[in-house]
Ligand binder design. Structure first.
Ligand code: MN
Ligand code: MN
Length: 297
């Protein structure tokens, strides 16, 4: 009798534990068109929660599926304006502070984004194979090392563009590393990165305007804007005419200079090229000063 009760208790406990852990693994939510979907739980670092669009939504991307050229994907660790017909993001926006930089290894789990509308073509892990282009991150893997979920999120193909290897691995990576060094020395950053145009050039494959049977456009040009703030709170209100903003525009090819500093430009120039309003939440007067200045530190 005692033995049976114990067995029963054990069984109930096992069932309870497994149902609890199931609940904590699966979270009910809705996709961008309102259909329920099950996604893994997220424990975003506080600094990344809802802070990815603090400086603005440069193209007024929306979650309306009819907005297929400028479709807003609010991932938990960054936000994306996705372009269905180019098969790449227009831009990705995120925040980096010390709490985002941890010890998690690179997950390398490149994959299609399950949150895209179901009838859209999904760029997958192997869609760039044989193209000569790297799967270049917009929000870098190394900016999201606080948890496995955070790091893994950067490998969704909606955060990736076909990027010339030299550009990706040397010049662009050099700026990414520099940004993290700023974070390690007491700054927090708001970063928006994107691309435009058609046609990139690799040493191995020459000029390509499209890959993956035409389903992915190779951009001609990459850009990035970084707002540098000392650690603190009320970030938007702390942006002043003295705030450091680093902007670059860099061609998507393998002949690029290894030094990212040679590609510095103004936010105004990127706005002219793209038609976006970057840092639109900052007051117009402050924008006019910090967007016309070219960083020279
Ligand atoms: Mn990269
Ligand atoms: Mn602006």
């Amino acid at each position: 009798m005692i033995k049976n009760s114990l067995t029963y208790l054990l069984l109930v406990t096992v069932v309870l534990i497994s149902s609890c852990s199931k609940d904590s693994i699966l979270v009910q939510t809705t996709d961008p068109v309102g259909n329920p979907v099950i996604v893994p739980p997220v424990a975003p670092p506080t600094s990344a929660t809802d802070s990815t669009l603090v400086m603005g939504n440069p193209s007024n991307a929306t979650t309306n599926v009819a907005d297929f050229g400028n479709y807003l994907l609010k991932e938990n660790y960054y936000s994306v304006s996705y372009n269905r017909d180019r098969g790449i993001p227009n831009w990705v926006s995120w925040h980096v502070s010390a709490t985002d930089l941890g010890a998690v290894n690179r997950q390398d789990d490149f994959r299609g984004n399950p949150n895209l509308p179901s009838d859209w073509y999904k760029v997958e892990n192997t869609s760039y194979s044989g193209s000569g282009f790297d799967r270049g991150h917009m929000c870098p893997s190394s900016d999201r090392t606080s948890s496995i979920a955070a790091n893994s999120s950067t490998f969704l193909m909606t955060n990736i563009i076909p990027q010339a290897p030299q550009n990706n691995q040397i010049t662009w990576a050099g700026l990414e590393n520099y940004c993290r060094s700023l974070v390690q020395s007491g700054s927090e950053l708001y970063i928006i990165a994107g691309s435009y145009g058609e046609g990139g050039t690799t040493t191995s494959g020459g000029l390509s305007t499209i890959i993956d049977n035409g389903r992915i456009t190779v951009p001609s040009t990459l850009w990035k804007v970084i707002v540098v703030l000392p650690n603190g709170s009320n970030d938007l209100n702390r942006v002043t005419t003295n705030t450091r903003v680093i902007s670059i525009v860099i061609p998507n090819n393998d002949n690029v200079n290894s030094d990212w500093k040679t590609y510095r430009t103004s936010v105004d120039f990127i706005e002219q090229e793209t038609g976006y309003d970057i840092l639109s939440k900052v007051s117009v007067g402050t924008q006019s000063v910090i967007e016309s200045r070219i960083d020279n530190l």
